[in-house]
Design a protein around this ligand. Structure first.
Ligand SMILES: *[C@@H]1O[C@H](CO)[C@@H](O)[C@H](O)[C@H]1NC(C)=O
Ligand SMILES: [Zn+2]
Length: 370
């Protein structure tokens, strides 16, 4: 081979080395998948510490809203003190509450590399709404979306240990500071998703609309790698209507189908390894091989974000659960193996997204699933 060809190849190889490896995506090992915890009794509907306190009516402007907020705040303060807490409050009238300004309060819990400057981390963004529908009176919304909120709390606490180890190791090696590697995670617990009377563009998504608008109009300082907080969202993963048995979650969005496929692969691998409790006739995520997409049509908290160019992975069952928007959407109608399996699948997806094979626990380290 002529020398110049070799040097060109060498140049290309070096160029690849220098440019590409900063963003790795390594599948979790079987060993790591086995260590992903399900949350167990913490999802118990009567006294589990994650889910039980959210199984109450929690409409904006009522004491249940405050109680739910307090539950999230207490949990993060007690178990995840490194996570930042931000409120995004707004008010609005609704078609059924007259001139009164109803308070809507989104909560954002965020863990990012300790060295990052404002606007410098890319954030896996895991989202659920915590409000419940005002009617029927006493409605609990167990799948809609108490269980998704509890699942995200479980994901956060499971990630924390690995994220902390990763940040510590990167700090020690002086590896931080390249924007692509500065990955973090944020949990968005949104308020006011439900319509008060009937779903319209203005009677729904009160919290999500306010947050997307606020983030769009909060530009980062000049020369920041990401323009604004929306631009920092590496993927907006929205969980909704999860927790009933035999869920079917299609792939809705062609441009992020690759991310759906990553999660479907995790589900498939976990099932084959015997790590999931449920035994549905079809996988929760059956669409890994989908080729033909239609424009997505389900209105949900992602809409104001998608309209602003944020990449979305929408995890909502279709058809909706039989209990949808009825008094039967309560704790008793959740299928606990399904809830715990979702907790495992979403946790594993987040671990993989955040490249946690870098800190894979060694087989004999005594780490055990709980
Ligand atoms: C947002 O509202 C909550 C109560 O709903 C309150 O506790 C909090 O202090 C408010 N935060 C801001 C920044 O206004
Ligand atoms: Zn709903």
């Amino acid at each position: 081979m002529p020398g110049h060809v070799i040097s060109v190849l060498l140049f290309l190889a070096l160029h690849q080395l220098l440019v590409l490896p900063v963003v790795a995506y390594t599948a979790l090992s079987d060993n790591f998948l086995r260590l992903v915890p399900s949350g167990g009794d913490d999802f118990d509907i009567d006294n589990g510490k994650l889910l039980a306190p959210i199984l109450i009516p929690r409409v904006a402007g009522t004491p249940g809203q405050t109680a739910a907020q307090q539950h999230f705040l207490n949990f993060f303060a007690a178990e995840l003190p490194e996570w930042g807490v931000e409120w995004y409050n707004s008010t609005s009238t609704t078609p059924v509450t007259g001139n009164r300004q109803i308070p809507f309060a989104n909560l954002v819990f965020k863990r990012e590399p300790p060295w990052v400057k404002e606007g410098q981390s890319n954030l896996l963004t895991l989202v659920a709404h915590y409000d419940s529908k005002i009617t029927p009176n006493g409605f609990i919304g167990a799948t809609d979306s108490a269980a998704p909120c509890a699942i995200l709390m479980h994901v956060a606490r499971t990630l924390d240990r690995f994220v902390t180890q990763m940040y510590d190791e990167m700090s020690a090696l002086g590896e931080g500071g390249s924007v692509e590697m500065d990955m973090g995670v944020q949990i968005l617990l949104l308020d006011g998703e439900e319509a008060f009377r009937a779903w319209t563009a203005t009677d729904s998504l009160y919290g999500a609309r306010a947050l997307a608008e606020q983030w769009e109009s909060s530009p980062h300082p000049a020369m920041s790698f990401y323009r604004n907080p929306l631009d920092q969202i590496s993927m907006f993963v929205l969980l909704d209507l999860l927790g009933a048995a035999n869920p079917n979650v299609p792939s809705y969005i062609q441009t992020t189908h690759w991310a759906y496929r990553n999660m479907a692969t995790i589900e498939d691998r976990m099932r084959k390894l015997g790590l999931l409790e449920s035994a549905p006739a079809r996988p929760f995520l059956p669409d890994a091989d989908k080729k033909v997409f239609r424009p997505p049509s389900i209105g949900d908290d992602h809409v104001p974000f998608m309209a602003r160019g944020v990449p979305i992975l929408h995890l909502i069952t279709s058809p909706f659960p039989d209990q949808w928007h009825t008094m039967d959407d309560d704790g008793a109608h959740l299928d606990m193996p399904t809830v715990r399996d979702w907790a495992k699948i979403v946790t594993a997806f987040a671990l993989e997204w955040l490249d946690m094979m870098e800190v894979e626990p060694k087989e004999n380290s005594g780490a055990r699933a709980v």
